[in-house]
Design a protein around this ligand. Structure first.
Ligand code: GTP
Ligand code: MG
Length: 236
């Protein structure tokens, strides 16, 4: 199975090289697309250098308004338009998502359409995270499961996931509205009806670089989840 890891980056200069190296080490059928929003710290230029060294590394430089959501969407669009990609792995560029889980994700995709790397099933978890961040994340997961009516999925806000390309091609990526990290739950909400499986992952809090997630962004995300669900029910 040919897999493409889509990694949105903004100021990940400290992380990008080891991350790409570790993704490529997962096997010859694994490629990586870095979607950079003109990072002032030079992440985009580093990505270009890595792409010059390996034909399994690709870079998409975005112009215009930046955001984790729009960058992720453009990465997915790039993947579905490219010939020969069977599945897309979505992951962060800060090494919080360990590339060593990729083979397990691809195995799990044999009898699923989407595989979620889950912190909230047995053997999953978070390390080096401050207790209040873990608590907020757990509460946000319960909220999202409840509002979306996807109670079976324990970690709906995990940004470490793998999709069969057909799924991404079918969910009308162009019409996604999220600019920021709410893209994760917006995409999931559109995947109702597909075979979704979770595998345990241990999330490691970022060591290098700085978080771009603010409390306000989190609140906006929770409000958006409610809005999408409301619209979905209204249309029925
Ligand atoms: N292209 C692009 N990527 C972004 C943008 N904002 C964040 N990212 C990337 O999205 C991923 C997740 O962002 P983080 O800042 O780590 O947010 P988080 O993982 O939710 O929060 P932390 O736990 O604090 O790290 C990282 O790879 C970021 O570099 C953006 O505006 N544009
Ligand atoms: Mg992070």
């Amino acid at each position: 199975m040919r897999a493409l890891a889509v990694v949105p980056t903004y100021n990940e200069a400290e992380n990008i090289e080891p991350l790409v190296e570790r993704i490529l080490a997962q096997g010859p059928d694994v490629e990586v697309l870095i979607v950079d929003d003109g990072s002032p710290d030079g992440t985009g230029e580093m990505a270009d250098r890595l792409a010059a060294q390996s034909d399994r590394v690709h870079v998409l430089h975005r112009n215009g308004p930046r955001g984790r959501g729009v960058a992720g969407r453009d990465g997915f669009l790039w993947a579905v338009q490219r010939e020969g990609i069977d599945c897309v792995i979505e992951m962060d560029g800060d090494l919080s998502h360990d590339p060593d889980y990729i083979p397990q994700m691809l195995d799990a995709l044999e009898d699923a359409d989407i595989v979620i790397g889950s912190r909230y099933i047995p053997s999953g978890g978070s390390v080096k995270r401050k207790w209040y961040r873990v608590l907020i994340s757990e509460l946000a997961a319960i909220y999202t499961r409840m509002v979306l009516g996807m109670w079976r999925i324990k970690d709906p806000n995990s940004g470490y996931r793998c999709f069969r390309c057909q799924v991404l091609a079918a969910i009308d990526l162009e019409s996604l509205q999220s600019v920021g990290p709410s893209i994760v739950s917006e995409v999931l909400a559109r995947c109702r009806g597909y075979r979704i499986k979770e595998i345990p992952i241990v999330f490691v809090d970022r060591v290098g670089g700085r978080s771009k997630l603010h409390f306000g962004t989190l609140l906006t995300t929770l409000a958006l989840v409610l809005r999408w669900r409301w619209r979905e029910l209204w249309r029925r």
